[in-house]
Design a protein around this ligand. Structure first.
Ligand SMILES: *Cc1c(COP(=O)(O)O)cnc(C)c1O
Length: 387
């Protein structure tokens, strides 16, 4: 058994990033400034977005995106139950109602036909989540959005570096289309905490620029800017969601490493797929049939609980005894007390999400993981599953 505990995720932050953070602190400019703008420009170029706007988390980014779209009380926003609570919390804090449409257990992503069944007169927006970094069926989703005049906010927290039909997630998709990335330490790049909103919609981009700083037009280059003085105006109330230069310094350095990080993630995923192929008790992730590139944010097989005779939680406990960390992404959201009460959905209503929720587990996957670490994970799984 391995001596040291292997966590399921660990960030890799370079010495260059540490020096650039120190430079910001010594220089006395800590909050949003030139380094944030540099990070936004690098990010926009990388994903192919017209605008990339940095915020202090993806949760803030989702909230800002929905606010900019004018989503509010009386509106419905359709999303997946197989996501982090932030996706739904952002909807709730606009005053709108979240509506769950079930996923497909093979892709872990929301299914366009289920979205269409959930559309009502109150529907305003769709939030697909590119689960694990495998892009959703965006053609199918956008066909429904176009048919019913809905906005689309992609929750791209897992999908930095992923692409759909030859274009990166985050690349321009037209008016009332946005995507939101996360830089939490478990994600494909980190800024400690942080997020990025991408869009090609100039009006929305301008709104987000003021929404993220209390509605202040100061420092905004846009239609909300007060003319010719140190004064500023406020056209609508905002929140304080700006990124700090300290965070952006880390982000710019991480962007240089992103492709090599993602290559290593893909290598490790390929190793798991090869080494666990045919292992009894483990059901491996599958690839969606549409053309895509996976960003392998997490590697999430199912535990075949019927075959093994014990639960996923028991599997996780047995892995921990062997010094291997695992994680749960996610417990289906309609099974939480809060979202169950709000949506009225309970066990039995979203069977695919429930099947996944009961069996899914995230294995260790991060760029600094060694081949030996990966072999330890496979060996522990084979021992736990006795195969
Ligand atoms: C991590 C995550 C978020 C929230 O990101 P933060 O930056 O921590 O706010 C939202 N949605 C999904 C799917 C995530 O994985």
């Amino acid at each position: 058994m391995r001596k040291e505990f292997l966590p399921f995720a660990r960030p890799s932050v370079s010495e260059e990033a540490i020096l650039d953070v120190a430079d910001s602190i010594r220089g006395g400019w800590l909050a949003m400034g030139a380094k944030t703008i540099r990070f936004e420009e690098t990010f926009a170029r990388y994903v192919g977005a017209k605008y990339a706007l940095a915020v202090n988390s993806a949760t803030a980014g989702l909230h800002c995106a929905l606010m900019a779209l004018g989503i509010g009380p009386g509106d419905e926003v359709i999303t997946t139950p197989m996501t982090f609570a932030a996706t739904v919390n952002a909807i709730l804090f606009t005053g709108a109602k979240p509506v769950f449409a079930d996923i497909d257990r093979r892709t872990l992503n929301i299914v366009p036909e289920n979205i269409e069944r959930a559309v009502t007169k109150a529907s305003k927006c769709l939030i697909p989540v590119h689960f694990a970094g495998m892009p959703c069926d965006m053609d199918g989703i956008e066909a429904i959005a176009d048919k019913y005049g809905l906005a689309v906010v992609e929750d791209a927290a897992h999908a930095l570096g992923a692409s759909y039909k030859g274009r990166r997630i985050g690349a321009d998709r037209g008016a009332r289309r946005l995507s939101v990335f996360s830089f939490h330490p478990t994600k494909n790049i980190t800024t400690g905490e942080g997020g990025m909103i991408c869009t090609a919609d100039e009006e929305l981009a301008e709104k987000i620029m003021v929404l993220r700083q209390n509605g202040m037009s100061k420092g905004a280059w846009n239609r909300y800017a007060a003319k010719g003085s140190a004064n500023y105006d406020i056209f609508f109330p905002g929140l304080k969601y700006t990124m700090m230069d300290i965070q952006a310094a880390i982000g710019s350095s991480q962007m240089k490493e992103l492709d090599s990080f993602n290559r290593r993630r893909a290598e490790l995923a390929a190793f798991y797929l090869r080494e666990l192929d045919g292992a009894a008790g483990i059901i491996l992730p599958r690839r969606a049939p549409w053309e895509h590139e996976h960003s392998w944010h997490i590697f999430t097989p199912f535990i075949d609980t019927e075959r093994l005779g014990f639960s996923r939680d028991e599997f996780m406990a047995r892995m921990k005894e062997r010094n291997i960390g695992t994680a749960l992404h996610y417990q289906a959201l309609h099974l939480f007390t809060c979202y169950h009460k709000i949506t009225g959905k309970g066990r039995g209503d979203l069977p695919e999400a429930e099947y996944v929720s009961d069996r899914i587990v995230s294995l260790p996957l991060f760029p600094a993981m060694s081949d030996e670490d990966a072999r330890d994970v496979v060996a522990a799984i084979k021992e736990v599953c006795q195969c």
